[in-house]
Design a binder for this molecule. Structure first.
Ligand code: CAA
Length: 258
């Protein structure tokens, strides 16, 4: 691993870590960087040794948005021809759990990147926001859709219209993130959460991600049908047998992802 310019990657046991690595630019996301993140995320998704993916920045910034210097040269036609935001759809196709571990700035495209993850853990110094309106533009990598689905129309409009930053505490109150931790224990807590998730039965975890992910898009009856089908499918796994046998034998289950 480690073949990228703008990200660092590492496998820590069953956890695949992707670290954004343009510190001098506060991890501003250029096209190459997004390609590298998507490519590595797919590589971890296809690697049978990996069960959970962690996406992180550094203490000062998760990512301060799309790279404004790169973006300012664009025109409607150059955007239309290259469709650079289409690559973001690939984040939606990842089957394994993805945790965003956010310290410092998560702004614009950086916030959108976190919103494409399944869980968001934030350090107390994290700041979230959509400053695009201050640049005379708007979010373009999913912000209006993902934030609104997460916190509702009025709060989303307030945040995106005003372009102000909110603290980790406020983001937690709004329900846009999962938990806030002190910066000193951020890495430890992220890996603890990832480790706990990695110990769960991988097939069940995957089928849960699919069912919960579809809950906002499907009519209720279709969602219930999908849930039922996925529940039945878990009974084709060795992990279902192990999980239930371990319960009967009053011992911890060891899941193999089979
Ligand atoms: N693009 C390019 N460069 C950026 C950047 C960005 N999004 N954010 C920060 N940088 C660069 C700065 O230009 C600066 O570079 P120099 O040292 O060469 O001057 C360096 O990173 C450090 O930044 P600051 O000196 O500005 O640091 P600060 O602590 O004073 O301020 C900040 C931090 C409030 C995050 C400020 O950098 C900022 O406002 N950044 C821009 C945030 C923004 O508008 N993001 C949205 C981008 S548009 C978008 O994301 C569209 C989309 O939907 C995909």
């Amino acid at each position: 691993m480690g073949k990228f310019i703008n990200v660092r990657t590492e496998a820590e046991g069953t956890i695949g870590v992707i670290e954004l690595n343009r510190p001098k630019r506060l991890n501003a996301l250029n096209r190459k960087m997004i390609e590298e993140i998507a490519g590595q995320m797919e590589a971890f998704d296809n690697d049978p040794r990996i069960r959970v993916i962690v996406l992180q920045g550094n203490e000062r910034a998760f990512a301060a948005g799309a790279d404004i210097e790169e973006m300012m040269k664009e025109s409607p036609l150059s955007f239309e021809l290259a469709d650079p935001f289409a690559i973001w759809d690939r984040f939606m196709s990842v089957n394994k759990p993805v945790i965003a571990s956010v310290s410092g700035f998560a702004l614009g495209g950086g916030f959108e990147l976190a919103l494409h993850c399944d869980l968001i853990i934030a350090a107390e110094n994290a700041q979230f926001g959509f400053p695009e309106v201050n640049l005379g533009v708007m979010p373009g990598a999913g912000g209006t859709q993902l934030l609104t689905r997460s916190i509702g129309k009025r709060k989303a409009l307030e945040l995106i219209w005003l372009g102000e930053h909110i603290s980790a505490e406020v983001a937690l109150e709004l329900g846009v993130i999962n938990r806030v931790v002190a910066p000193e224990i951020m890495e430890e807590e992220t890996m603890r959460l990832a480790g706990k998730l990695a110990d769960q039965a991988p097939i069940a975890v995957r089928l849960i991600k699919e069912a919960v992910g579809k809950a906002e898009d499907l009519p209720l009856q279709d969602g219930l049908t999908l849930e039922r089908k996925n529940f039945y499918l878990t009974f084709d796994s060795a992990d279902q047998k192990e999980g239930m046998q371990a319960f009967i034998e009053k011992r911890a289950a060891h899941f193999k992802g089979e």
